[in-house]
Design a protein around this ligand. Sequence first.
Ligand code: NIG
Ligand code: FE
Length: 422
Amino acid sequence: MTLLFVNARQLVTCAGAPRARVGGEMRDCGIVVDAAVAVVNERIAAVGTRALLEAEYASATVIDCGGGVLTPGLVDSHTHAIFGKPRYEEQERRAAGADYMEIARRGGGIHASVRDVRSRDVADLLALARPRLERLASYGTTTVEVKSGYGLSIEDELKILRVIKQLASELTMRIVPTWLGAHEIPREARATSETRASYVKMLREEMLPLVVSEHLAAFADVFCEPGVFTIEETRDLLLAARISGLGIKLHADELSPSGGAELAAELRAISADHLAAISAGGIQALAKSGTVATLLPGTMLFLGKGTRPPARALLDAGAAVALATDFNPGTSPTPNLPFILTLAVSELHMSVAEAMLAATVNGAAALGLADEIGQLAPGFSADLALFEIEDIRELPYWYADRRCKRTWVRGKACHSSDLPIT
Ligand code: NIG
Ligand code: FE
């Protein structure tokens, strides 16, 4: 199957080295005008002038981009998309003065989602997750990382990971699974330091081997935060995960600084995520380690926090910066990755080129996929997104709007705005 994409006003190629971009490399997202893209089977075969490619791929199926902007499919490298009911009541509690961590201490927050997910079966969770992922896709996302973390028992965490595996096999979207058994200390294990330690031991010695033997995850993640998992517990779990063959990620320095970024750098984690409370030392450590700093500014906005992740300081220090939604029922219920680009430009002072590279190439790097997705360049997977705009600067500009028209994954049609979104 050969496809020829023509009549895009701009191609945003993001072409360049197949690794996370840093510093000056973030200045240019590779915009070309009046160019076409040829796709053969699952891969991009050529990017060049329309006339040349029309001659070379004369029998291709032509896809008219209608004067829109064609980009690499967006990469949302941090979500918690498997959950039951939404938690809108917590938003109002916060508006009335309650704090996120205080709600959690009273049994709400992650604990509320855990109670809910434990009561649901696989079929129920699948039925809830499918339309939510389709919604993410409808904004231009073609790759999504999905974490477990609302089970917190062997049975329930495996149930969530099996749901993610099933979705990966049935949906066109590319799905990357992450085990987050260390999302919270479950209520039943919080009683004493012994019960807490035995939860961590169970994660390491019982749950992790099962996750690995059933091939249920590519990455392990830990919510490293004061009041949740300590630096020592996080190190212990992630070292075990790495020895078992998983890549490692951290929720680090989200709400208060605790050395999470420094730990991510020490462990050479593939990414350290959140970082709204990162220290100056943490910024330097990430820049040196090559660990991708995945920023989730939607979370701070939704929680009503005045703080924002220090994107400029990270970029200026030479750290690799990615952007993601953190899509979850408690702190960031948005499927809209272009809206995160708006926050990146308007609040984090990133340029549009930096934001685009952060949501494509660097998101791919945060998932170990920088040589496969994130670029419109020969040899890369044919994962593309077409937006109804004339200039890529309109993507963050029309904020919270949905400008995505169509997406393709591995050369196969994924989302189309002509289809109803359930
Ligand atoms: O990334 N920080 C931990 N996990 C999520 C929130 C999960 C929840 O509140 O349900 C996050 O913000
Ligand atoms: Fe998260």
